[in-house]
Design a protein around this ligand. Structure first.
Ligand code: NGQ
Ligand code: ZN
Length: 419
């Protein structure tokens, strides 16, 4: 190998002490940790017209089984997998707040604390986004039986944020999430936004499904993104999750706002959402990042690869995510995710490093200029050898320091969840 080098958004720099090609840690902008436990378990037909909405029923049934201990075990396994794959920050969009019957736990933050513990114990940075979830649809209908454990009124929600903020430290941030325009009435949205600290990040699911766009048009007389841009001060502190179905005006509007779009290509494919208009959005100067969402895949490589491949499949062209001054698809994609990590998560990740295995055949004869493309577009072996977060080594020789113990606890939790 030539002198080891470290990638930065403006070019490679020498890193003589490194044991391989060094990349920045990747921020995972969208995660529902509990869904890791149902990966692969919703791939059987339940109905000839299976869709996102029938998947959601399966997901709700699964969500009903969790308690703080099983959530801790599943999140720990997930975070180990994330770290080994190269994610060093996770934005946890967390709405499994209460007991299955909807009653608050003795400690109303018990489920949040399970996620915080899992992140601390595994060593990943956590941006915890407790979710405000108030109703079952745009018409304001009450939460369904299985949604009850997600719910808060505005006051109880703000109290939860306050309680959790005390925990914030070097690797924990507390932000805010609005589940979706479907689940949060307009006045509640305004009240919560007005009560947040200035720097608080705000994440929201938006325009993922055509049905959601139609319901929003019917009730609020505007498309979801259009309505949001008109009714909230959307800026760089905001992350819009999915934003799949957009008009050209909405594409321009998000790009102008400075918000980040969190794209989750493997989940969006798995759920049959549709395809984000990536090229138009990049042309508008839009900011974006990636998330693994339902965790049917836990790999920045796969998210970025399929982000590009989805576009190739529909346009019948190659090398879509590029710019005139950035002809490498891999480097353009990596620059995209690095640029938004701090806005979306409140962590820059600048102190986090992945070391790729320079001795792997995947990098045979590599030069700095093709390392990122070879990382993202060659093969299926994970070449991440070492990962450090905030200067702490958490993965060595490709394995998380607690891989075995965490997997054992996960297997026990799965037996409970599947019983
Ligand atoms: C969620 N997940 O909250 O877990 C959602 C499904 C919904 C994705 N959209 C439920 N991928 O949107 O109502
Ligand atoms: Zn989601």
């Amino acid at each position: 190998m030539p002198t080891p080098q470290r990638w930065t958004p403006t070019g490679w720099i020498d890193a003589p002490q490194a044991e391989g090609w060094c990349l920045p840690g990747i921020a995972n902008l969208h995660s529902h940790a509990f869904q890791r436990a149902m990966a692969g378990l919703a791939e059987r037909q339940t109905n000839p017209s299976d869709s996102f909405w029938t998947w959601r029923e399966t997901m709700y049934r699964f969500a009903a089984r969790f308690d703080p201990d099983t959530l801790y075990a599943v999140a720990s396994q997930l975070y180990v997998e994330m770290l080994e794959a190269g994610y060093t920050t996770v934005c946890e969009f967390h709405y499994l707040h209460h007991a299955p019957d909807g009653r608050a736990y003795d400690d109303p933050a018990a489920m949040s604390r399970a996620l915080i513990r899992a992140a601390r114990d595994t060593g990943i940075r956590l941006t915890l986004l407790p979710v405000l979830y108030m109703c079952g649809g745009f018409d304001g209908r009450p939460l369904g039986e299985r949604q009850r454990r997600f719910g808060h009124d505005v006051d109880a929600y703000l109290r939860l944020l306050e309680t959790l903020r005390i925990e914030g430290d070097a690797t924990l941030r507390i932000g805010c999430a609005l589940h979706s325009l479907r689940a949060v009435p307009a006045d509640a949205m305004r009240d919560v936004l007005a009560a947040l600290p200035r720097q608080s990040r705000v994440h929201i699911h938006i325009a993922e499904q055509i049905g959601e766009v139609q319901d929003c048009l019917a009730v609020r007389d505007a498309r979801p993104v259009e309505w949001l841009l008109d009714n909230a001060e959307v800026d760089a502190r905001w992350t819009l999750v999915h934003a799949t179905h957009l008009t050209p005006g909405e594409v321009q509007g998000i790009a102008r706002s400075g918000a980040t779009v969190a794209l989750c290509p493997t989940t969006e494919a798995n759920l049959g959402d549709g395809l984000f208009p990536l090229r138009d959005y990049l042309d508008a100067g839009g900011a974006w990042g990636i998330g693994s969402d339902s965790h049917i895949s836990v790999s920045p490589v796969e998210e970025l690869r399929w982000l590009e491949y989805g576009q190739r499949l529909v346009t019948r062209h190659r090398n879509i995510a590029v710019r005139e001054d950035s002809p490498s698809v891999g480097e353009t994609l990596l620059r995209g995710v690095v640029a938004t990590a701090a806005n979306a998560s409140e962590f820059s990740g600048a102190d986090d490093v992945l070391v790729l295995d320079a001795a792997s055949p995947q990098f045979a004869g590599a030069i700095a200029g093709n390392v990122v493309d070879r990382w993202l577009f060659a093969g299926n072996r994970n070449p991440v050898r070492q990962v450090s977060v905030a200067g702490m080594p958490v993965v060595a020789a490709g394995r998380h320091r607690d891989r075995e113990a965490v997997a054992l606890a996960y297997a026990a939790a799965m037996r409970k969840l599947m019983a």
